[in-house]
Write a protein that binds this ligand. Sequence first.
Ligand SMILES: [Fe+2]
Length: 146
Amino acid sequence: MLEKNLSNNCYIYIPRGIEQGVCHLNNVAISLLEGFIKLKEKILRNVLSCKLFTGNYPLLLEHIIREAKLYYCYVAMLQNGQNITMDDKKQVELFGNQIMMEHALFIRGLLDPTEEELITTANDFAQEYKKLLEQARKMTAQGRAN
Ligand SMILES: [Fe+2]
């Protein structure tokens, strides 16, 4: 409620030329993201076909690609004058839960085997997010059945 009652009556000074600067920066970001996504997709393809070795998990590469694609979508929407809305809150939440579960799994996988307590903590986090994802999938399936 407090957040809802916040007002934007304050004067915001926007220096001349800043919009063009931001627009240019976004275009540079879009271009860099396109190259970044293509590079990560190529690395993933080569790792999966045993043409390239890396210490990174394939899931980490997929994860990074998904995050970059989402960020690309947000920047592209801004460039097209669209608001970044969270209309599909369920999709945003599912994406966030998937990403957080994977973060916990990556942490678990990078810990020294002697760090048992931290491994358990990371694993517990991953399991909690996994449960949330399963609950959301069940609810979605029930919603379709009704
Ligand atoms: Fe991430």
